[in-house]
Design a binder for this molecule. Sequence first.
Ligand SMILES: Cc1cc2nc3c(=O)[nH]c(=O)nc-3n(C[C@H](O)[C@H](O)[C@H](O)COP(=O)(O)OP(=O)(O)OC[C@H]3O[C@@H](n4cnc5c(N)ncnc54)[C@H](O)[C@@H]3O)c2cc1C
Length: 156
Amino acid sequence: MTQTAEVIIIGSGVIGNAAAYYLACKGRKVIVLEGSDNIGNGGSSRNGGGVRQSGRDPRELEMVMWGIQNLWPHLHEELDADVEYVQKGNLRLGKTAAHMQILQKLTDSAVKCGLDVRMIDAQEVRRINPYLSAGTLAGHSQHPLGQRQGDPPAPQ
Ligand SMILES: Cc1cc2nc3c(=O)[nH]c(=O)nc-3n(C[C@H](O)[C@H](O)[C@H](O)COP(=O)(O)OP(=O)(O)OC[C@H]3O[C@@H](n4cnc5c(N)ncnc54)[C@H](O)[C@@H]3O)c2cc1C
């Protein structure tokens, strides 16, 4: 096993592995150390598989938006593999006043970062998905790149 490296990354989740991959592409010697028996043992092997911008902490949103524009659309060519990436919208729902506050806060901070996301009322929510329960008060909706503003987003 390699004993020395220019960069040592602790943790082989999607972030550690992606960082290692891009550093190696730039010619750096990298070692990834994983504490468990499995690669991607944390959130990376338990998530819903969505490449999501909305609902992100503003500190990570800029990087996520950059990835959506510059990395994900071409990743299948770069890796010569089907990464099953399709661009859809994101619909986030709320049923209580407290949920609405959370959604409004997320919306405001995302808009500040330049994300195309907005609050929508119960009527618009049901136009997008008529099968939602009557208890759904409202939501926030994010349109993907290249999708027309009037198109309803597909829930992720
Ligand atoms: C249920 C669920 C659903 C989600 N759905 C989505 C989604 O649809 N879309 C989305 O964008 N995000 C989603 N996420 C979030 C996403 O999965 C995480 O943001 C992402 O996987 C984090 O990756 P990571 O590499 O930072 O961490 P992790 O994947 O947690 O990897 C960390 C790795 O480091 C290892 N490690 C930890 N400490 C040490 C140590 N001291 N020494 C060595 N190794 C160590 C761990 O074993 C692990 O393998 C979801 C998360 C969860 C839990």
